[in-house]
Design a protein around this ligand. Sequence first.
Ligand SMILES: O=C[C@H](O)[C@H](O)[C@H](O)COP(=O)(O)O
Length: 226
Amino acid sequence: MKQGGSEREKRHAGESATQAVSDGMVVGLGTGSTAAFAIEMLGERVEAGLDIHGIPTSFQSRQLARDAGIPLTTLDVATPDVAIDGADQVVDDTLIKGGGAAHASEKIVDTAADRLIVVADPSKIAQALCHPVPVAVLPEARATVSARVKELDGTPELRDAASKDGPVVTDNGNLVLDCEFGTVSDPKKLATSLSAIPGVVEHGLFVGCADEIHIGTKEGVTVETL
Ligand SMILES: O=C[C@H](O)[C@H](O)[C@H](O)COP(=O)(O)O
């Protein structure tokens, strides 16, 4: 599922995004290898005196934030001023996310934030949405959701775990169907259709969600404000 992009490019994107963070802010902490660089950099700034709280989007980002010394809070008591998160594909302000199976919590935190900054390497930027759409489903709904995805002309594939026998199980105990739709010409319509299927917990289409894209390159970063 994961696409290329060098560590250097990801680091440049992650570090650039953290410049939007200042004292007193609550920061949504995205998941994945690119967001991890932002968390690392925020930790260094916290150690140097930056006063922030983070809201993690997965077990991974929670652990990284703890290791980095970032104080944590929850959506029960705080609203993120900004969220910094990665993506698997970016077309303008619309994203496909969920390569790390964290898109349900990411969507909750990212859309609650006043501002969503996406961190990406150039391999993620596309002209058309054509990446398979991850769909988190309740385990008992795997077959019924698959059938409905096929009615939408999609091809669902249960995501298998690399490190154990059997399927990927999300932080919330759900399964993931990677659904191939070819080129998605109307992401809003597909998002609505997927959300309406009983048993779908969340899908990875983030339609019109991004406010800024920080694209890390070997030399530096390009920032697109949307
Ligand atoms: O579920 C995971 C997330 O949506 C990630 O933000 C996305 O897969 C991008 O991850 P990475 O920066 O490792 O490519």
